[in-house]
Ligand binder design. Structure first.
Ligand SMILES: C[S@@+](CC[C@H](N)C(=O)[O-])C[C@H]1O[C@@H](n2cnc3c(N)ncnc32)[C@H](O)[C@@H]1O
Length: 328
């Protein structure tokens, strides 16, 4: 006989209904639309959905406290308002099924495929990998870049403090995305230069324009040769997107580009230190990647002549690993 509380908790943990109800509510724009109350029939006509089914969804959202009965319809509660597009919580961009993250999370239906094969489930659902989709669909790319900026918006100062950046005259930000950390480092160190290399560099160019000729962004792949003139090479939340073979190739491209004096700065969530186990599964399902321990990262770097020179834990969930080139 099981403990009833445990059974209830496990059943709640395993439920797919509530996560999907919240995601569909965001995708339909319900929290925004119901800032002013509306009857179900009006709402259903506006959204071109089935009125009876919408009533069921609104009923569950009422149970969750996201909306409440108002007049002859429903309105968004203060709690539900966190889901609105302009709430500044980042939730809308994460849960909407047409954004990069919300769409990718739907691949969790095929988690069993990932566990069986070690492969990402994303391509099984969408026919090609996440980065190719972002390349072909600008709205997904924009949503992903917004998510990247949002995720570190409050933590950037910690990363600026965690590394003695003043040692470096120039930084190559490998897979730098919108370049938010690089911009903060350039702001703090006025003689430093920065160079973002990424598949997509529109947001980085915009972000770095204020630094004039101190900063640039080049569209390119980190599986190809990288600029060879950096004092530091930065990999911020890059390696966990890739399996061991691909992560090793990225490290190899950094090592071959690095002058002997240069350092490689890897900033990642570290397994067993701060990385959430949930993130392990997200990386697996979306990309075929995973969080790694310090030892695993050292082992991946070693064949490329990269030696660990120091580890700094950043309060929160990331660590900074610094590698130097092995003296020949
Ligand atoms: C998780 S994001 C991290 C972005 C940035 N480093 C940050 O921390 O905000 C991963 C980045 O890797 C880039 N990327 C993916 N594949 C790439 C490739 N083959 N070459 C260069 N960049 C790539 C993506 O475009 C994206 O900007």
């Amino acid at each position: 006989m099981g403990n009833d509380d445990d059974v209830k908790t496990l059943r709640e943990m395993a439920g797919l209904v509530t996560p999907m109800a919240l995601r569909v509510a965001v995708t339909l724009g319900l929290p925004d639309r119901l800032k002013s109350d509306a009857p179900v029939d009006t709402l259903a006509a506006e959204l071109d959905v089935n009125p009876g089914a919408l009533e069921l969804l609104l009923g569950h959202l009422t149970t969750l406290g996201v909306v409440e009965r108002a007049g002859d319809g429903y309105r968004t509660t203060g709690f539900g308002a966190h889901l609105c597009a302009d709430a500044g919580t980042g939730l809308h961009n994460l849960l909407h099924q047409d954004t990069a993250a919300g769409r990718a999370d739907l691949a969790f239906v095929d988690l069993a495929h990932s566990i069986r094969t070690g492969e990402p489930a994303y391509p099984l659902r969408y026919g090609q990998d996440f980065w190719t989709d972002l390349d072909e669909q600008p709205r997904l790319r924009e949503a992903f870049d917004r998510q990247m900026t949002w995720r570190i918006r409050q933590r950037v100062p910690k990363f600026v403090e965690a590394v003695d950046w003043a040692r470096f005259g120039s930084i190559v930000d490998v897979g730098g995305g919108p370049g938010d950390l690089l911009a903060a480092v350039l702001e703090a160190h006025r003689s430093m230069r920065g160079h973002v290399v990424d598949l997509s560099v529109g947001p980085a160019r915009e972000n770095l324009a204020r630094f004039g000729d101190r900063a640039r962004a080049t569209a390119g792949s980190f599986f190809d040769p990288l600029p060879a003139d950096g004092d530091a090479y930065l990999l911020f939340d890059i390696l966990h997107d890739w399996d061991d073979e691909q992560a090793g190739r990225i490290l190899g491209r950094c090592a071959e580009a690095m002058p002997d004096r240069a350092r490689l700065v890897v900033i990642e969530g570290i397994r067993g230190v701060g990385a959430a186990t949930e993130m392990d599964l997200i990386m697996l399902v979306h990309f075929g990647g995973r969080e790694r321990s310090v030892e695993e990262l050292v082992k991946l770097a070693e064949p490329h002549g990269l030696v660990l020179a120091g580890v700094t834990e950043v309060p929160g969930d990331h660590s900074v690993l610094e590698f130097r080139k092995h003296p020949i």
